[in-house]
Design a protein around this ligand. Structure first.
Ligand code: F0G
Length: 357
């Protein structure tokens, strides 16, 4: 009989911080495909490159793995409301899981800096949404303050339940490959996901499932790259709004992960992110939001600046679905709007326009 995926808490019950008293709130998250990307492997000169396609989660991003844990724990502890700061995906996920749990969600987003699809998701799931006159870092300070002083449960990745849930991405990579990749590449904002994969791989080592840690490579947008500059960025700026974060919440955790895995952090320019966003859509067949292309853009930059990736098996987590921030797909490489031509209903005219005649 076909196996129906039951969400990460039930699938990995023994490896997560849960017990039989935990009220499980799930939308069936996790179990996402690891898609072979031969065109990307060829481009960067690697043996094999796989995309971990997290846009296939219930709300279209990796956040759902952590949110099932965070909201389940919140509900188990009797919370009636959850709160988060967000560049969009966390709020979409928190709103959906709160709806499933029958509790209220409150989301704080930077004014005018979140993609329309993500805002629509939070609205659809009936979150209380406030646009804050500030950036993500200001929103997170506010959310922490409110959860410290009022009866709202914080579900940002400073809550360890989030990291705990997100580590399951690494478990799934091992189960697919039957080994660890040589390199695991991710886009980095708060570095919660980077730290979560590291935790998952470490636990795989401790359990004897894998023998070595993959090198963890984390990439930021260069206008928003505190890990590269070694200091918080006051006014982070990038078209990759999901990772427009100047003061990463998981800074210290991620530094340990980088050092222990002999990994690295790097920065890529916005045009290179958009180039890779288009390449993944057109040559690999996977439509991601621009921020999600940042890891792959970093991998290409590494290969172009002298890293020899021959013989390497590489996994790149692509974090969110392209439909969330679809406007970028409707622009060409010069930034001009793409508009399909209008034709009559005449077959001969259509054939001519298509170049078939
Ligand atoms: N990719 C996407 C699509 C994201 O939404 C985020 C973070 C990241 C990458 C970076 O992950 O923060 O764990 O390093 N989005 C958060 C949000 C900040 O509010 O949705 P990270």
């Amino acid at each position: 009989m076909a196996h129906q995926w039951r969400g990460v808490i039930r699938e990995y019950f023994d490896r997560l911080d849960v017990d039989s008293n935990t009220t499980i709130i799930t939308l069936g998250e996790g179990g996402t495909p690891l898609v072979a990307a031969p065109a990307l492997a060829k481009l960067v000169g690697a043996d094999e490159v796989y995309l971990k396609v997290e846009g296939m989660n219930p709300t279209g991003s990796f956040k759902d793995r952590g949110m099932t844990m965070a909201v389940s724990k919140a509900v188990t502890q009797g919370a009636k409301a959850v709160i988060c700061a967000s560049t969009g995906n966390t709020s979409a996920s928190a709103a959906a899981y709160a709806a499933a749990a029958g509790i209220q969600s409150v989301v704080l987003v930077p004014e005018g800096k979140i993609a329309l699809g993500k805002l629509a998701q939070a609205v659809a799931h009936k979150a209380q949404i406030l646009q804050v006159q500030g950036n993500f870092d200001d929103c997170l300070d506010l959310a922490r303050d409110l959860s410290d002083n009022y009866a709202v449960h914080l579900v940002n990745s400073v809550n360890p339940d989030r990291i705990e849930g997100q580590k399951t991405g690494a478990f799934e990579v091992f189960e697919f490959l039957d080994r660890a990749p040589d390199i695991h590449v991710l886009p980095v904002g708060n570095a919660g996901n980077y730290s979560a994969y590291f935790k998952g791989y470490k636990e795989d080592i401790q359990a004897g499932r894998i023998k070595h840690l993959p090198q963890m490579w984390g990439y930021q947008a260069d206008g928003s790259a505190p890990f590269v500059y070694g200091t918080p960025v006051k006014n982070p700026d990038t078209i990759a709004t999901a990772i427009r974060i100047g003061n990463p919440a998981s800074y210290d955790l991620a530094l340990v992960a980088c050092e222990e895995s002999q990994g690295r952090f790097g920065a890529v320019k916005d045009p290179d992110i958009l180039w890779m966003h288009r390449f993944l859509s057109q040559e690999v067949g996977v439509f991601v939001e621009p921020s999600s292309a940042t890891g792959a853009a970093g991998l290409l930059q590494a290969s172009r600046t002298g890293d020899n990736l021959a013989g390497k098996t590489i996994v790149v987590t692509v974090t969110g679905n392209g439909l969330k921030d679809a406007a970028w797909a409707l622009k060409d490489e010069n930034g001009d709007e793409i508009k399909p031509q209008v034709v009559s209903k005449q077959a001969d005219e259509v054939a001519e326009r298509l170049g078939l005649a």
